[in-house]
Design a protein around this ligand. Structure first.
Ligand SMILES: [Cu+2]
Length: 133
């Protein structure tokens, strides 16, 4: 049973070594038109990424995604999706959008669903809206 215990320990530790899906930019003033770059550091436990859906926080009304070769974009009421690739687990890529930040300062949390050829993962990257300048 010792080897299975080690395997479980390795699986629990593995995600900590990754970048997950994060937002490159960290903060900007309220009311600004802001570029957000969602960074995809790996797939789903080795499986290639075939889709990314970004669900907007309540305070952000809409987003304009940047076109991306090899990926089809869908713009929904509260979300933006890219489907295509696939992006191999061993490669890195970025998905970009522009949003209008809310008038009030505060932390905005996005929900990102990563769809892979096998399995999926969910992330909650955050962005800080600073007081207007
Ligand atoms: Cu990770």
């Amino acid at each position: 049973m010792k080897s299975s215990t080690l395997l479980i320990a390795a699986l629990l530790a593995a995600p900590m070594a990754h970048a997950h899906i994060t937002i490159e930019q960290t903060s900007a003033p309220a009311g600004a038109y802001q570029k957000l770059t969602f960074r995809v550091g790996h797939g789903c436990e080795g499986s290639a990424t075939s889709g990314i859906t970004v669900i907007l926080p309540e305070a952000i009304a809409r987003a304009k995604p940047m076109p991306k070769a090899g990926w089809a974009i869908t713009i929904g009421e509260r979300d933006v999706s890219w489907k295509g690739g696939p992006l191999p687990d061993a490669q890195y890529d970025e998905f970009v959008m522009q949003v209008k930040l809310p008038a009030a300062a505060g932390k905005q949390v996005f929900k990102v669903i990563q769809q892979c050829e096998k399995g999926r993962a969910e992330w909650t990257p955050a962005f800080d809206v600073m007081p207007p300048q």
